[in-house]
Write a protein that binds this ligand. Sequence first.
Ligand code: HPA
Length: 270
Amino acid sequence: MLEKIQETAAYIKSRISTQPTTAIILGTGLGSLVSEITDRTFIDYKDIPNFPVSTVEGHSGRLIFGKLGHKDIIAMQGRFHYYEGYSMKDVTFPVRVMRELGISTLFVSNAAGGTNPSFEIGDLMIITDHINLFPEHPLRGKNIPYGPRFPDMSKAYDQSLIEKADRIASEKGIKVQHGVYLGTQGPTYETPAEYKMFYRLGADAVGMSTVPEVIVANHCNIRVFGISVITDIGVEGRIVEVSHEEVQIAADAAQPKMTEIMRSLIALEE
Ligand code: HPA
């Protein structure tokens, strides 16, 4: 495993001339950040040795190297979801490669259903903590010596990045919520009873991604900042049918706010 990660990192290093320490997983709500990256180099996932092979025809995904403001960054355009059939090792492989490339801070976004009754569609939720309900743990198996066998998860989301994001949001007049993201395998959205259960378990939002990558990033000692865009509401009395298209529409509408916070936060990073 470690050899594969190192082989992949060596290939990527041979294709780029920068040494970024910041990475972004361009999940839902952050797609338009791509157009703000300058001096771009693209590497298709299909050309990267050992990278998971895409299950979606014509959408292999790609790594983008370039600058956001003055900062060298790597962005992942397209992530691997567990519900697509990837193993947890595949889902989190790119994060381990990031570690090998020298990344120290990771920014992530996703779409999520709000279980907290004070949330509304279109809200942004800064992720303060998570609940891992994926059926397989991404660190299961032989420990890769990027971190300890039994990693601490008491600060999975970096507090100083959360505080900086709060300041940015307040300066720009962008409303943000804070909360716990619960990661579940999907691909179904939840039944009303499941949304209720997740809220009672302590979740403010539920989605199908992010948690595996965040766990592995923490194991690799990479700091994490994450935002969810609330695309639907899973609160008793307010539940309506959800479709992927509606999720996409709500996420697109929130995109400018999400992009603004991420862009400003990344610019602040040392
Ligand atoms: N549940 C799970 N994943 C999601 C949801 C949801 O309600 N909305 C967007 N992604």
